[in-house]
Design a protein around this ligand. Structure first.
Ligand SMILES: [Zn+2]
Length: 82
């Protein structure tokens, strides 16, 4: 990924939700252009991407990304889901 800063996935999920809500409110309230531009810059800078698709490990039930080949909890080999 090349990220300089690693944000825990749960934190990233929360940030995505919060930023999404902020963008909705800023748009709905017809906020001044500089505020909208600043929010867009913040979203771009954080570069959170899209919410990852998760699935449960068939062996231990731990949640992991859908295309993982190993469970991060029990290290079971997984077949990636397309
Ligand atoms: Zn597992």
């Amino acid at each position: 990924m090349g990220d300089m800063v690693t944000i825990h996935d749960d934190a990233r999920s929360r940030l995505r939700r919060i930023l999404g809500e902020m963008q909705t409110q800023v748009t709905a309230s017809k906020a001044p252009e500089p505020l909208q531009a600043a929010l867009t810059a913040l979203v771009t800078e954080l570069d959170l991407g899209v919410e990852p698709v998760l699935r449960a490990c068939p062996k231990c039930g731990a949640m992991g990304v859908h295309n993982a080949t190993l469970c991060g909890s029990c290290w079971a080999k997984l077949t990636p889901v397309a």
